[in-house]
Design a protein around this ligand. Sequence first.
Ligand SMILES: [Cu+2]
Length: 191
Amino acid sequence: MLFMRTLKLGLVIVVAGLTVAMVTAQDDAETQAKIESAMSAAPMTIAQDATILDWAFDADGKFIVLREGTNGWSCLPDDTGTSIDDPMCHDEMFMEWLYALIAGEEPNITAPGFSYVLQGGEALSNSDPSASEPAEDYWVSSSPYMMFVLPPEVDLSELSTDGSSDGPFVMYAGTPYQHIMVPVGDEERDE
Ligand SMILES: [Cu+2]
């Protein structure tokens, strides 16, 4: 009896151990896929040492870290809530911009900030950062681009605000979230 009980207990432990191992392996594969997705947003020289974040928040409202980095850049994987593959890598100033946008607060942009979006991206509007559904100036591009934020005292009023223009243009012009979009690829852009 004691033997049977020990055997059963042993089996339970083995089965439980296998389940944990399987769940962990699944998590690892999912995390690895997110890391690869995130890294595809920027040149490898930047992505390889960047912090990799997930589209989920911790108790302080910060993105959950999937992998710690060392170079001050942070990459996010494809946002599965959008229609296209759109991972992105931001420097520290651009992360300040992103957190402010999410919180609906004014970003404190004190120096130029940069972002790589080399798989393309999507925005519900080129002019309205709070748009909750595709607006008339809904913007999507499967071709790569970069984004630049500049301190608010820099005058961007001479730049185009047309998201379908071939050159640099301003997104969210005249709002605290205005930034310059810079297409950097030759692929056809969907408008
Ligand atoms: Cu933009």
